[in-house]
Every structure is written in structure tokens, then in C-alpha cells.
Design a protein around this ligand. Structure first.
Ligand SMILES: NC(=O)c1ccc[n+]([C@@H]2O[C@H](COP(=O)([O-])OP(=O)(O)OC[C@H]3O[C@@H](n4cnc5c(N)ncnc54)[C@H](OP(=O)(O)O)[C@@H]3O)[C@@H](O)[C@H]2O)c1
Length: 209
């Protein structure tokens, strides 16, 4: 995810720093995508206007809690899918992955984004289907952070979609579990299950919501 999304942001002119626990791997990825810099997790988390956490479920909160850099006021983008074997939602009615990260980084502005689609989708330049840019739902509580991540979404060629506060992130994570099961487990076209806006509920019948 870091490589796929980072490549868009490098192309868009951002100064991207790739961070990792393995310096050589971080350096290789930085070179591959043309990032401005590479370094430790702390160095990457301390640089730039926003930090993408491209880490497995359960690792993100441990990493942010252990970072020796102040994260209060920083924008943390969480793309994690807590989806395990059998497409099981690993949070099991507990806090969302995004909430766990927010709890581990008090004062940081966590935005859930980019979790619904496979990394290969984010490698498309641009991810536009039948002339429509992919819509990327964002959940977060801070308007400025949402605006910033919205710009990062546009820089990938997609369209940001406001999906509510961070308390809605659990729904995005559950949605990912469902669509991954449909795509990977059933070989179904998950996109086909939703009608266009004009044919959805009140819009279809002309009634007010
Ligand atoms: N791949 C997808 O299609 C996709 C799509 C949507 C959402 N996501 C979500 O995006 C997140 C990242 O997925 P990914 O596919 O980019 O994973 P990935 O390629 O496996 O990268 C995971 C990164 O996490 C690092 N990491 C793992 N354990 C760590 C630890 N204990 N401490 C520090 N760093 C650690 C790894 O470092 P090392 O290289 O040193 O092991 C690696 O850099 C996941 O939460 C996933 O659910 C993935």
C-alpha cells in the first residue's frame, strides 16, 4: 500500500519519506517510487503533513505508541483491514482498527481511508472506471485533516467521499470484509450490488429523505 499510494503522491509532486523498521527495504521502496527520502519509522512519522500507516492490523497501534516523536496534531491515515482467515472481521465487536490507533496516539487526527480496494487498484493511474473516478470514503473527526486527506485522494486520481466521523470507521472495515469475501471468496462483482444514486431509495421515488 505504501508503494502504490506513495507512487501517486510522488507523481503529484509531494515530498514523500518512506519509513520502515528495515532501513534497506525502506531505501529500496523509496528508490522504486522516486521518494525524496527514506528512514526509520520515527523519521517518516515525524516528517511531512500526513503519515500513511501501511501496517498490519494490531501492529499500527503498537508502532505509534512506541514512536519517539510527538504525534499530537499530526494527521495519521489508517488503511488497515482487520480481516483474517475466512474473511473474518478480527475486531469482533471491539474497537475498530482506526479507533485503536487513535487511542494509541492521543491528539493525533486519524483518518480512515483507502482500505476498500486492493493495492493493484491503487496502482492504476488513474483509477477511473467507465469514466468515473473511484470514490474513496473517508472517516475522521477533524475537518482540516479530512481536507488534507481529501487532497491526497485527488492526487491519486480518485474522488474523496465524506463518510462521517471516526466512529464510522468500523463500518468501512466491515464493508471491506464483505467486499473482499465477495471478490476473492466468491468471485463476484461487488460493485454490482449497489444502484446508482438516481435509483436509490428516496432519489428513485422522488420522495424527500
Ligand atoms: N495490500 C492490499 O491490497 C491492501 C488493501 C487495502 C488495505 N490494506 C491494508 O493495508 C495495510 C498494509 O498492507 P500491505 O499489503 O501494504 O502490507 P505489506 O506489504 O505486508 O507491508 C506491511 C508493512 O508493515 C511492516 N511491519 C510488519 N510488522 C511490523 C512491526 N511489528 N513493526 C514495524 N513494521 C512492521 C512491514 O515491514 P517489513 O517489511 O520489515 O516486514 C511492511 O513494511 C494492512 O493493514 C492491510 O490490511 C492492504
Amino acid at each position: 500500500m505504501a508503494g502504490a499510494l506513495g507512487a501517486h503522491w510522488v507523481r503529484a509532486g509531494h515530498e514523500v519519506t518512506v519509513g520502515g523498521r528495515d532501513g534497506k527495504k525502506a531505501a529500496r521502496l523509496a528508490e522504486r517510487i522516486g521518494a525524496a527520502a527514506h528512514g526509520s519509522l520515527a523519521e517518516a512519522a515525524g516528517s511531512g503533513d500526513a503519515v500513511l500507516l501501511a501496517l498490519p492490523y494490531g501492529v499500527g497501534e503498537r508502532v505509534v505508541a512506541e514512536l519517539q516523536v510527538p504525534l499530537a496534531g499530526r494527521v495519521l491515515v489508517d488503511c488497515c483491514n482487520p480481516v483474517g482467515e475466512g474473511f473474518r472481521l478480527l475486531t469482533r465487536g471491539g474497537p475498530a482498527a482506526a479507533r485503536r490507533i487513535a487511542d494509541a496516539a492521543p491528539g493525533a487526527h486519524v483518518v480512515k481511508a483507502f482500505n476498500l480496494c486492493h493495492e493493484d487498484t491503487w496502482r492504476l493511474d488513474p483509477p477511473v472506471f467507465d469514466g468515473r473516478p473511484l470514490a474513496v470514503p473517508l472517516c475522521g473527526d477533524d475537518e482540516q485533516a479530512l481536507d488534507l486527506v481529501g487532497e491526497l485522494v485527488r492526487d491519486t486520481g480518485c474522488r474523496p467521499l465524506s463518510a462521517g466521523g471516526l466512529d464510522r470507521a468500523a463500518l468501512l472495515e466491515a464493508t471491506a470484509a464483505l467486499v473482499i469475501q465477495l471478490w476473492v471468496g466468491e468471485g463476484e462483482d461487488a460493485q454490482a450490488m449497489l444502484p446508482p444514486l438516481a435509483a436509490s431509495g428516496p432519489a428513485a421515488s422522488g420522495r424527500a429523505a
